[in-house]
Ligand binder design. Structure first.
Ligand code: SAH
Ligand code: SF4
Ligand code: F3S
Length: 482
């Protein structure tokens, strides 16, 4: 798997902005599909749904763009730079299309939703524009393109969750997988484009989530991450979602996130459960207590603060204050202990942010002691509340300097947090060889820290007790203990 970093961000950038390509299917198919995915884990997860829908139409996936009959780029709009990357890639594909005129190029995901048919005017190479809720329509849209027309579907749905589609796992290590539990977002953080590109929030049926987890476990997977923009507002009932009849009694009528978490944890004590993203305004003590009760629910919470200053948080429309956020952190430490992993997203240089307000972000970081963070400078997005209401008045060089201060602070804290782990023994789920050597395996502990250790006779998928001997800011190094 290749990752492209966007801007100045932390090393563990995999979740919020990466880059992935499809892999080669094992069976021979009529035509080949190459998918390149950008953005968050939700987008990567959607590409697996797209591959599944097109597989039924005779498309196999390929990791080599030169072999493709159909190129899809699953796009992200979160920051301007993410969109620029997509445009650069389209220029590259233009060269390929000149050599192979039958090649179909499609734009999927958030940028497709944001720009809609304008994309066809702006980028002549594009044949197909499909928003995140319209993937079921892909076979029809592709056949329209086959007939010589351009095709667009950017309809946003209030119901679509793709619950019945079994994703084709792309770039899988065979041990860890993502399960999408909800789609869309009903929060209106003023900086954020997601509510516009992903539509209204809706939850997927608990039964389909449990079935997917059971299926993954039976195929050897040992960890699932439940995905949503705001998992704490997961809410499902027969009446509000789909009106589908419940066939089995495992699921009660109303299910909240804490209950869903418990149901997934019960699939097997050998199946680890993680989740992302939690919203500080919504994370409940019930969720924290559920985490505490099950050893296989990992002791790790991604709880984006965005800023440490209450006035800025208000402008961001995050609907919590610095004090509220600190109180949530206190609850995490009280219920789950000091070793619970906590990470954040931070935005430097939001509209009107003063130096003093920026320093509040740094002191919040000192208070929380995040294990790591995804860090960005503010990028104004068209159509968002902030774009309409506030001036993007912090100079780029100031934004970059503040971001660098946040990154430096995080490095310091990550190292400090990692040093605390030296001498401790953790249960690690081995995910595969370490990046540097086949003599070493790597995996993560419950708190989501990457640990590298000598392979010996262990295999990926094994749980191994590893004693930490050394560390860097990003990784723990250790040895299996007997
Ligand atoms: N649902 C998640 C975030 C999804 S977007 C949540 O509420 O935390 C991932 C991260 O991108 C955000 O947490 C934020 O830190 C960052 N981000 C979003 N919009 C941005 C913008 N306009 N400029 C800079 N960073 C942004
Ligand atoms: Fe964006 Fe806020 Fe929704 Fe997260 S919670 S996706 S930051 S609007
Ligand atoms: Fe994700 Fe980017 Fe869309 S972060 S939801 S792919 S705008």
């Amino acid at each position: 798997m290749t990752l492209v970093k966007e801007g100045l961000v932390s090393k563990k950038e995999v979740q919020t902005c990466g880059f992935k390509v499809s892999e080669d299917s094992t069976e021979k198919r009529e035509r080949s599909l190459y998918i390149e995915s950008y953005g968050c884990q939700m987008n990567f997860s959607d590409s697996e749904i797209v591959a599944s829908i097109l597989e039924k139409q005779g498309f196999g996936t390929t990791s080599n763009v030169e072999n493709a009959d159909l190129i899809f780029i699953n796009t992200c709009s979160i920051r301007e730079k993410a969109e620029q990357t997509v445009r650069n890639r389209l220029n590259h594909f233009n060269g390929l299309k000149k050599r192979k005129p039958s090649l179909i190029v499609g734009v999927l995901g958030c940028m497709a939703e944001r720009l809609k048919s304008k994309f066809l005017e702006e980028e002549k190479i594009v044949d197909l524009v499909v928003g995140p809720d319209a993937y079921r329509d892909l076979p029809k849209l592709v056949s329209e393109v086959d007939d010589g027309r351009k095709a667009v579907n950017v309809f946003l749905s209030r119901e679509e969750t793709y619950a019945d589609i079994t994703p084709v796992r792309l770039n899988s290590n065979g041990v860890t997988a993502f399960i999408s539990i909800m789609r869309g977002c009903d929060n209106m953080c003023s900086f954020c484009v997601v509510p516009f590109t992903r539509g209204r929030e809706r939850s997927r049926s608990p039964q389909s989530i449990i079935d997917e987890a059971k299926d993954l476990f039976s195929r050897g997977y040992r960890e699932v991450t439940l995905l949503g923009q705001n998992v704490d507002s997961y809410k499902w009932s027969e009446e509000i979602n789909n009106k589908a009849k419940l066939e089995r009694s495992e699921v009660k009528e109303w299910v909240n996130f804490a209950q869903l978490l418990e149901m997934v944890a019960k699939v097997s004590p050998e199946l680890r459960v993680r989740f992302s993203t939690s919203h500080p305004k919504d994370i409940t003590d019930e969720v924290l207590h559920t985490m505490g009760r099950y050893e296989n629910i990992c002791n790790y919470i991604h709880l984006p603060a965005q800023s440490g200053n209450s006035r800025i948080l208000k402008l961001m429309n995050r609907t919590y204050t610095r004090e509220w956020y600190m109180n949530r952190i206190d609850a995490i430490r009280n219920i789950l202990g000091e070793d619970c992993g906590v990470s954040s997203d931070m935005i430097a240089g939001f509209c009107t942010e003063t130096e003093e307000e920026h320093r509040d972000t740094l002191t919040l970081m000192d208070y929380v002691k995040y294990d790591f963070s995804y860090m960005f400078y503010y990028s104004e997005r068209p159509g968002t509340l902030a774009e309409k209401k506030y001036e993007d008045d912090i100079l780029l060089e100031v934004k970059k300097r503040r971001l660098q201060e946040i990154i430096d602070k995080q490095r310091e804290i990550s190292l400090e947090r990692n040093k605390r782990d030296i001498g401790k023994t953790f249960k690690v789920l081995a995910e595969g060889f370490s990046k540097k050597s086949k003599d070493y395996l790597q995996g993560r502990n419950s708190a989501n820290k990457v640990i590298v250790f000598p392979k010996e006779n262990y295999e990926k998928g094994d749980y191994v007790n590893v004693t930490v001997e050394n560390c860097t800011t990003a990784t723990l190094m250790g040895k299996a203990s007997v």
